[in-house]
Design a protein around this ligand. Structure first.
Ligand SMILES: Nc1ncnc2c1ncn2[C@@H]1O[C@H](COP(=O)(O)OP(=O)(O)O)[C@@H](O)[C@H]1O
Ligand SMILES: [Mg+2]
Length: 403
């Protein structure tokens, strides 16, 4: 809905129709449909690689999957062989880059992205978000351009939380039946023409619903899937127990960190997904937890790495910001203590630099700021130097006293 300072409101459908009428009457041809970017897998990989550290295997699988997905869309109905849509399941712990991968993919391919959380969804009729709301969010991300939304990406987080629960784990609250939500999600993942109530169910003068075809929307589902690694290992063990001579092959399914690398449809079934859902998520990618070295790389390597961002901020005040190698390692160690992957790296850096950022703009003479391990650990403030190399002290007592 478009309205300006209390004047009459015009709906987006009408704006589009009018724009077309105006274009036709003035002899302009309507805008051609935007071409999908035809990027080969290697280019997609390179683009992901510029933002996402580690996860090499995941980046490779995603690059190929997405390349095939868009090839499938381009072929359309003209092909005699109908290529099935290959949605993707990302399995990995918190803060290892699942959402980041989806975001970077969407940016790379220049398609709209909606990120949502499976736990906020409910079966229709119950309190909570309806599945159609996900589609509405994608339409909003596409700026109400439905054809563009129809080729977008939907990332559904916390997918593991809607697994069917057995026995003691069964949720007490009746309306959070994982299976019901899976059924609802399945409709849009399989591909359907959905009726989406435009914004908060507000009534529409001409047409109550926006129609969107979900057939070509790529769904990426993600989750931590706690316990799945054990299931995979059990399966591998069971296999090797049955076939004694394969006992040594168990390690093929488990990497040293304990993460399962070859999750099969059977594992997903056992985890609590309905068979139809498993069938719609044929590509499972296992992401590894980020180790200390990877966390240091997250700080410094991506195009928009946290350290680069703060260096830029400091530069705007005429100050060169430096981190010693052991400072970066200490920051990684602080992040590891939180067990939230790369998530709290930004907080650690922000926390370390807070006092300096408070004082620096009113300080004259400082041109260099060095952060070492002690600064990261809160034992001493970062050291400031003048152009001549003399230490410049901060005027105020640090507010932060945490050790
Ligand atoms: N592999 C990675 N490479 C670079 N940055 C990462 C990586 N994983 C996580 N991050 C950083 O941590 C933040 C949270 O990651 P996110 O992708 O949301 O994690 P999750 O796997 O829980 O979805 C990101 O915004 C990004 O800054
Ligand atoms: Mg996430």
């Amino acid at each position: 809905m478009f309205s300006s300072q209390g004047h009459a409101a015009v709906c987006y459908d009408c704006i589009r129709v009018l724009a077309q009428v105006v274009a036709e009457e003035s002899g302009e041809s309507p805008e051609p449909p935007p071409q999908l970017r035809q990027m080969p897998p290697r280019d997609i990989y390179a683009s992901l690689d510029a933002y996402v550290v580690a996860q090499e295997r995941a980046k490779k699988i995603l690059s190929v999957a997405v390349y095939n997905h868009f090839k499938r869309i381009r072929t359309g109905d003209s092909s005699s062989v109908e290529i099935q849509k290959a949605n993707i399941l990302l399995v990995g712990p918190t803060g290892c880059g699942k959402t980041l991968l989806a975001e970077t993919l969407a940016r790379t391919l220049d398609v709209p992205l909606a990120v949502c959380d499976a736990t906020s969804l409910t079966e229709s009729g119950y309190v909570g978000e309806d599945v159609e709301n996900i589609l509405l969010r994608l339409i909003q991300a596409a700026e109400w351009d439905i054809p563009r939304a129809e080729r977008g990406i939907i990332y559904i987080d916390e997918m593991d939380k809607i697994a069917r629960k057995e026995g003691v784990n069964r949720s007490i609250t009746r309306d959070v039946s994982g299976e019901g939500v899976q059924q609802e999600l399945l409709k849009i993942i399989e591909g359907c023409v959905a009726n989406v109530p435009p914004q908060g169910g507000r009534k529409h003068p001409h047409q109550e619903f926006l129609q969107i075809d979900t057939r070509n929307i790529l769904f990426i589902c993600g989750g931590a899937f706690d316990g799945l690694d054990r299931m995979v290992e059990d399966r591998a063990n069971a296999g090797s127990a049955r076939l004694g001579f394969l006992a040594g092959s168990r390690s093929a399914s488990a990497v040293p960190g304990g993460a399962a690398t070859n999750v099969t449809p059977d594992d997903l079934l056992e985890f609590g997904f309905i068979p139809e859902m498993v069938g719609r998520l044929p590509i499972t990618v296992v992401l590894e937890p980020l180790d200390r070295n990877a966390l240091v790389r997250v700080l410094t390597e991506p195009k928009n790495a946290i350290v680069k961002q703060y260096q830029h901020l400091f530069q705007m005040d005429g100050v060169e910001l430096e981190f010693t190698q052991d400072a970066l390692e200490a920051a990684a160690d602080r992040a590891l203590e939180h067990s939230t992957g790369a998530r709290c790296l930004r907080y650690v850096i922000e926390d370390t630099l807070m006092d300096v950022m408070y004082d620096l703009p009113s300080l004259t003479g400082a041109t260099r700021c060095v952060v070492n391990r002690n600064s990261i650990e809160g034992l001493e403030p970062p050291t400031l130097y003048s152009a001549g190399g003399d230490e410049v002290s901060l005027p105020t007592e640090p507010i932060r006293k945490s050790a």
